[in-house]
Design a protein around this ligand. Sequence first.
Ligand SMILES: [Fe+2]
Length: 181
Amino acid sequence: MAVIKVRNTDERIEGLEAVGAFLEKQGVLYEHWDTTKLPASLQEKFDLTDEDKNEILSVYDDEIKSLAERNGYVKWDIVALSEATPNLDELLKKFEQVHTHTEDEVRAITAGSGTFIIKGEGETGYFDVELEAGDVISVPVNTPHFFTLTEERKVVAVRLFIDPSGWVANPFNDPEFEEAK
Ligand SMILES: [Fe+2]
């Protein structure tokens, strides 16, 4: 289950209800999918074939379509990152910069883990959302954020898009983030 850490106050929020309530207040969609639906072999596999990716998408077809219908997403795919990814360190360096998008950033973690660092509303400031398998998040359009891996450095996630061609990272230079690091 997701854990939240608020950078300014060191507050730590755990548990489905508390995490859900905090994120709802921030306008961030959060839900949890049943990871036991995924065959055991795919719960620990990070170097995926096209067949593996299609299997993950078909296992979660109902959940994906429900999310898509509720929020207007029309396309989805699978992203996998691990030590098997060429230039992983370079990629992470590129990821780890605060930015915004002109649409939601939706990730459903199906294996491994990852962290979204998000700029909260008003006084809240930046907070980290540590996600593990089953956690689903949608960072709203125009909300400053970035994504990074956790110590295990591996993740598989479903991504959902309104318009994949418009999914571009716009840098967001924020002195407040530098202070909250
Ligand atoms: Fe992003």
